[in-house]
Design a protein around this ligand. Structure first.
Ligand SMILES: NC(=O)c1ccc[n+]([C@@H]2O[C@H](COP(=O)([O-])OP(=O)(O)OC[C@H]3O[C@@H](n4cnc5c(N)ncnc54)[C@H](O)[C@@H]3O)[C@@H](O)[C@H]2O)c1
Length: 262
């Protein structure tokens, strides 16, 4: 196998949750370009059906399954469908996520807190656990990639629920990696910073846009394509000695210090 071939997913099945999203769809395209057969999962069927059709037009393999990842029965049915139609599963990328309301801690409603935790953290645990069980049954050397955020490692006002959920995703990654370490399934986490996707586009284009760009050491949001190297590393055999890692791809945002000379 050549050095670059290690990053290919030829003949492998890769499931991406939240694949209809701004980032999720790009992650799916990257995995399809690396020759995986991608299984697009989202609660919004139309967006993933369109994406699957576009990928198939480019001679890539893609199927779309509607699933609410906060629904235990729906996850169970999803695994059954994957088993029936593909018979295996090699890579899971947990990208379904919500930002939640832009509220300070005293104003967040309990229902809002629960919604963010349910999608970002609980569903990541639930889908990963169900997938890991399936991978073990099929004796697959599987890879699970959780999606955090630079806020998994730092605080930000009005994002206490989101940031806490993402810190949870990072610690879930470490714990799950250790629980699975003897099974040949590796679990790692990709933590992007600001990305030019619909989730944050309104903020970046709004009155505070210049303020936020200034806070990013590289001075700009990333194009989602700039996650290609990190995603393929974690999703492929190229990371064979990595498990429990959190890889930050954020233009230096998580490590920004206090600028005394400004
Ligand atoms: N966009 C960014 O700048 C950015 C930065 C860092 C981290 N992230 C993380 O990346 C991930 C993807 O972000 P995005 O930009 O694609 O967001 P997005 O809002 O564009 O898309 C999220 C997708 O998840 C789906 N989804 C939400 N709840 C679901 C559920 N219960 N079941 C199934 N699908 C559900 C939505 O339908 C949507 O298609 C999220 O976890 C987010 O926290 C995004």
């Amino acid at each position: 196998m050549s050095v670059l071939d290690q990053f290919l997913l030829t003949g492998e099945i890769a499931v991406i949750t939240g694949a209809g999203g701004g980032l999720g769809s790009e992650l799916a395209k990257i995995l399809a370009s690396a020759q995986a057969s991608v299984v697009l999962v989202d609660q919004n069927l139309t967006s993933i059906q369109d994406l699957a059709e576009n990928l198939r037009k480019q001679d890539q393999q893609a199927t779309a399954y509607e699933c609410d990842v906060t629904d235990a029965d729906a996850i169970h049915q999803l695994i059954e469908k994957i088993d029936n139609e593909h018979g295996r599963l090699d890579v899971l990328v947990n990208s379904a996520g919500i930002l939640g309301a832009d509220d300070p801690m005293f104003e967040i409603k309990a229902a809002e807190w629960d919604a963010v935790m349910n999608v970002n953290l609980k569903a990541t645990w639930h889908v990963s656990t169900s997938v890991a069980e399936f991978m073990i049954k099929k004796q697959t050397a599987g890879r699970i990639v959780n999606i955090s955020s630079s806020l998994g490692g730092r605080s930000q006002r009005k994002r206490i629920h989101y940031a806490t959920s993402k810190a949870g995703v990072e610690h879930l990654t470490r714990n799950m990696a250790m629980e699975l370490v003897k099974t040949n399934i590796r679990v790692n986490c990709l933590a992007p910073g600001w990305l030019a996707t619909p989730m944050v586009q309104d903020i970046l284009n709004g009155p505070q846009g210049a303020h936020w760009r200034k806070a990013i050491p590289m001075g700009r949001a990333a194009d989602p394509e700039e996650l290609t190297g990190a995603l393929l590393l974690l999703a492929s055999k190229a990371s064979s000695y990595m498990t429990g890692s959190v890889l930050r791809v954020d233009g230096g945002y998580a490590y920004r210090g206090i600028e005394c000379d400004e």
